[in-house]
Design a protein around this ligand. Structure first.
Ligand code: FES
Length: 103
């Protein structure tokens, strides 16, 4: 089972447990990390679930909507993603992410 490792804004590293069908945002929230607000509940319309993902992580490409939302953030980097758009089922290898600063 691949590991899901998330660093919060305080620099604490968490090894997350995820239920089948969860997104990364849901797993972050359900593991008691409250740095992300996820105001839209995962419908790709708020960008408050912004993370930086290890560039080696094998993820599905981002949608135009996700790309547009990330363009509106102050802290976008080349490895920015919205954690609500990252499905954890079928991860072929470990996933490492860092929660982005709040806008
Ligand atoms: S939770 Fe709103 S875009 Fe991810």
């Amino acid at each position: 089972m691949p590991e899901i490792i998330v660093t919060d804004r305080a620099g604490t590293v968490h090894n997350l447990k995820a239920a089948p069908g969860q997104t990364l945002m849901e797993a972050i929230r359900d593991n008691g990390i409250y740095d992300i607000k996820a105001l839209c509940g995962g419908s790709c319309s708020c960008a408050t679930c912004h993370v930086y993902v290890d560039s080696a992580a094998p993820l599905a490409p981002m949608s135009d909507d996700e790309n547009d939302l990330l363009d509106g953030t102050d802290h976008r980097q080349a490895n920015s993603r919205l954690s609500c758009q990252i499905k954890l089922d079928g991860l072929g290898s470990d996933l490492r992410a860092v929660i982005a600063p709040e806008d």
